[in-house]
Design a protein around this ligand. Structure first.
Ligand SMILES: [Zn+2]
Length: 90
């Protein structure tokens, strides 16, 4: 196998993009639970593409935690499948 050049792609980076830590500049509310995010509060923005245009949606820390947990769960399922394929090859 040739060594590929460049950064290793991640699923997050290849889909809509990674959630980014963000200091709220103005009052907004969480996209998922509608909790108010006040000015200068920590939140995360998660890019979302709709009709070819990307908007950065704010999420509160609790929702980001849930989203990350869910992502980890799904990733570990894929990891288990991958491990199973590798062990079948031996
Ligand atoms: Zn929320």
């Amino acid at each position: 196998m040739n060594k590929p050049k460049g950064k290793i792609p991640s699923l997050l980076a290849q889909s809509t993009g990674k959630p980014a830590a963000h200091l709220c500049k103005r009052k907004s509310s969480c996209t998922r639970c509608k909790t108010h995010i006040i000015m200068n509060d920590n939140c995360f923005t998660i890019p979302k593409s709709t009709a070819g245009f990307t908007s950065h949606k704010p999420f509160c820390l609790e929702c980001v935690k849930l989203i990350i947990d869910q992502t980890k769960k799904e990733l570990s399922e894929i990891d288990d499948q991958l491990t199973a394929f590798y062990s079948n090859e031996k």
